[in-house]
Design a binder for this molecule. Structure first.
Ligand SMILES: [Ca+2]
Length: 179
């Protein structure tokens, strides 16, 4: 029994028992905007996109654990030039059937992005957001207002946001495990 408990504790510590992790990417590739990581909420892992090689600083990844309750988190970065960057709501698992993350109340520097609370849309359409796959809008149980979205690596949501050289951008969002 004791051995099993120890084992469970070790798995918890390694994060293997946590359900899903959220992932938010900031992509500056299209405008060739280099990005520098600034402070984030506790326990968020921030990194540049190693697979882009010499352009790796044009994309940042922010990954952390989601729980079954809505939690507010924040990430910050500084762009080195003017341009537009893509704010991508994702997950870490790039496989069909991967668990979804619930996102709501997406703000940049304290102000909602366009349809940042996901209250606008109809049917499969989520106003002001593009992406790939099939992120879903869900009514009821939102962190803010009535609607939220379910997204992951396969069903991602993207919105382009303007940035200015040297001006820190802080993205705040609410996230929890989806179903
Ligand atoms: Ca909402």
């Amino acid at each position: 029994m004791e051995k099993m408990l120890l084992c469970a504790a070790a798995l918890c510590a390694a994060g293997l028992l946590s359900a899903a992790e959220f992932r938010i990417d900031i992509g500056g590739e299209r405008s060739k905007v280099e990005l520098e990581i600034k402070e984030c909420s506790e326990k968020i892992r921030a990194s540049s996109a190693g697979w882009l090689n010499e352009r790796k600083n044009q994309r940042l990844l922010f990954i952390g654990a989601a729980s079954d309750q809505w939690e507010t988190k924040s990430i910050s970065f500084v762009p080195k030039s003017n341009g537009n960057v893509n704010l991508c709501l994702m997950g870490t698992i790039n496989k069909p059937g991967a668990p979804h993350l619930a996102y709501d109340n997406i703000k940049v520097n304290g102000k909602l992005v366009k349809n940042g609370s996901f209250e606008e849309g109809s049917g499969d359409k989520i106003a002001n957001w593009s992406g790939w796959g099939k992120a879903q809008r869900i009514a009821g149980g939102a962190a803010d207002g009535n609607q939220y979205v379910l997204a992951n690596h396969v069903d991602a949501l993207v919105q382009s946001i303007p940035v200015k050289a040297g001006e820190k951008v802080t993205v705040t969002f609410q996230v929890k495990n989806g179903k």
